[in-house]
Write a protein that binds this ligand. Structure first.
Ligand SMILES: C[S@@+](CC[C@H](N)C(=O)[O-])C[C@H]1O[C@@H](n2cnc3c(N)ncnc32)[C@H](O)[C@@H]1O
Length: 186
């Protein structure tokens, strides 16, 4: 992966129409995740913090040949989760903690090609999640971070290793904690 490819995928995401099912918000970064999965063909993608499931849904849409595991410590949107399960056989919902789940999920499913970090958006939690999953990243992996304008996330972003790229246009609205970035291994 390289900066040029990420920018092409981001532009495609911005130009796309949102997924028609209105239970999922129309966020452009969802469609970026879809195009990223279509480009990388990861055997395993992970979303930390599923909430309404828009991220996992689009990872599933992007590449049906790989497994998508969405991890959340709450089950607040059962209808959305049911919808994704019914429509995408490659989706697994994991009710548990984003950090504690890492070792077991890696044991069961192998290395992670796409990791989407989107839970509490604090410096401490973000770095803990990154460190928990870092040993399990595939040789060709991309880690995506949402809500980089939240307090403390600038420090997290600064400490994450290069190469990295901000694609804030995929999640606008800094006043509400938008902002989006990717780091990658190869
Ligand atoms: C911002 S929402 C996720 C949004 C979703 N990724 C999307 O793009 O639509 C954050 C979610 O993280 C979950 N969460 C917070 N702390 C967590 C933790 N330690 N482990 C797993 N999930 C957590 C919350 O329950 C919430 O559903």
């Amino acid at each position: 992966m390289n900066e040029y490819t990420f920018r092409v995928l981001a532009n495609k995401a911005l130009a796309d129409k949102p997924f028609p099912e209105t239970m999922f918000p129309p966020s452009p970064y969802y469609r970026f995740l879809m195009h990223l999965a279509a480009e990388l063909h990861p055997s395993l993608s992970i979303e930390l913090g599923v909430c309404g499931g828009g991220g996992s849904l689009h990872l599933c849409r992007g590449y049906s040949g790989g497994r998508v595991v969405g991890i959340d410590n709450a089950d607040d949107h059962p209808d959305n989760i049911r919808y994704i399960r019914q429509n995408f056989m490659n989706f697994h919902y994991w009710l548990g903690d984003s950090v504690l789940a890492a070792k077991e999920i890696h044991r069961l499913y192998g290395d992670v090609g796409i990791l989407f970090v989107d839970t509490t958006h604090t410096y401490e939690q973000t770095m803990m999640e990154y460190e928990a999953w870092r040993p399990y990243l595939a040789s060709k992996a991309v880690v995506c971070f949402d809500d980089l304008f939240r307090p403390g996330m600038d420090k997290a972003w600064a400490e994450l290793p290069s190469p990295k790229l901000r694609l804030d246009e995929l999640h606008t609205g800094a006043e509400n904690g938008g902002g989006f970035g990717v780091i990658w291994t190869a």
